[in-house]
Design a protein around this ligand. Structure first.
Ligand SMILES: [Mn+2]
Length: 424
């Protein structure tokens, strides 16, 4: 299914007068609105290939129907999102689920939709049907060298596939760890993992990065070999300048101060990428901003402050990706909501009065510090985000267009009601 420009334009025409009224108001309220809109137009968030199907849980999975059956249809789905919001211009693939038999054709198809390839994701957290050795007791940490080698070879193969597609980064998330006390020698598991990562690191092309993602628990419940940002940073520092820590919002122990983690990683020039989602309890992988929008804003506040302090390019210098997947929403509607929530938090962070905040911090005016942050958070910046979409040729209200044009119904008609996206 392809959305035509005129379909989006006629939708925008209907909403234009109302939008312009709101934009005029907010432009008077928020200082530097034109510059904020320019940054919003520029900002892109990658969509992971595995978020296009219904996530499911270990108890059940309820498909929305019309799910993409192959990598071509996944690109088509992300093309639809990008057409609607002009902020989803990248795709993150997962190997082996998304292995392309004809990479140059896939690359050309993505380019037709204005998409580039974000970080490639390896998978050593499950066994594939044709796999010789099992990852039941870990991959890069495994006590058996031949299992480690198999996992190393897989990661190098993922890099090779990524090079063909024009990706520039590898994300390594390991399920490695232990379920029971005594199962692992922690130091040996760390050392094995580090040695394995060193071999993968050595296979990175000159202009590539590797992101070491951490997670506190699950699927292992006693220890995780890359369990928190400290452990990830240890690996990244020992590996070298192309290795970075990746923060996934759902991968912390309860109540962790993620904004502080982000700030310090940026200070150390070791923050590489970001996975957005939201959660109530653990790695719930819910829609970004659906549970804790203030936390999302506070994180963006540190991201903007930290990137600006280092003169970093907001769009290019970090990997931005959604990593969410759940059981009840239409996945494409969910992704539209996530991207919107991320753009709102980014716009609010851009509108923080930094000079006033610095002055207030310097004299310990705690009350004013809070007022400054909450002034930005409580300002409805949605017209700025909508204006950025309008300027980029996308929809003022992407979700409304998606529903009006009955996109899901069309996808079900074309692909069938029983399709299940490859992956989760
Ligand atoms: Mn993740």
């Amino acid at each position: 299914m392809k959305l035509e420009n005129h379909q989006i334009e006629s939708h925008n025409e209907n909403l234009l007068t109302d939008h312009q009224r709101k934009l005029k108001f907010i432009s008077g309220e928020v200082e530097g609105s034109p510059a904020i809109i320019d940054k919003l137009v520029n900002f892109q968030i990658a969509i992971p290939s595995w978020a296009l199907g219904t996530g499911g849980t270990r108890f059940g999975r309820f498909s929305s129907g019309g799910e993409p059956r192959n990598i071509e249809e996944k690109i088509e789905d992300i093309g639809l999102l990008h057409k609607l919001n002009a902020s989803s211009g990248a795709i993150s693939l997962h190997i082996p689920w998304d292995t392309a038999t004809n990479p140059s054709a896939i690359k050309a198809l993505a380019a037709q939709h204005g998409l580039r390839f974000d970080a490639m994701n390896s998978n050593t957290f499950q066994d594939q049907s044709n796999q010789e050795k099992s990852y039941k007791f870990g991959s890069l940490q495994h006590v058996d060298k031949s299992v480690r080698q198999q996992a190393i070879d897989h990661n190098i193969e993922v890099i090779r596939q990524g090079v063909e597609l024009g990706s520039k980064a590898l994300t390594v998330w390991l399920a490695d760890g232990s379920c029971f006390p005594g199962q692992l020698n922690f130091r040996r598991a760390f050392q094995n993992t580090l040695d394995s990562l060193k071999v993968i690191y050595a296979a990175l092309p000159e202009d590539w990065k590797v992101f070491v993602e951490y997670k506190a628990y699950e699927p292992n419940f006693y220890s995780t070999t890359v369990g928190d940002w400290g452990q990830s940073l240890l690996y990244a520092n020992k590996l070298g300048p192309k290795a970075y820590t990746l923060v996934d919002l759902g991968h912390h122990l309860p109540n962790a101060n993620i904004e502080q983690i982000v700030s310090l990683l940026l200070m150390e020039q070791k923050l590489g990428g970001f996975h957005f989602n939201d959660s109530k309890y653990g790695d719930d992988d819910l829609t970004a901003g659906s549970m804790k929008p203030y936390q999302l804003f506070l994180i963006f506040n540190e991201l903007v402050e930290g990137m600006d302090a280092r003169g970093m390019n907001h769009r290019e210098d970090l990997g931005w990706m959604i990593d969410a997947s759940h059981n009840v929403k239409d996945p494409l509607e969910d992704l539209l909501q996530s991207v919107e929530a991320i753009m709102i938090a980014y716009a609010q962070a851009l509108s923080v009065d930094r000079k006033a905040l610095q002055e207030s911090q310097a004299i310990n005016d705690v009350v004013r510090c809070q007022e400054i942050l909450q002034q930005a958070f409580r300002t409805d910046v949605r017209p700025l985000v909508a204006e950025a979409r309008l300027r980029a040729g996308a929809a003022l209200n992407p979700l409304e267009v998606y529903r009006t044009l009955k996109v899901r119904e069309e996808l079900i008609k074309n692909r069938g009601a029983e399709t299940v996206a490859t992956g989760l």
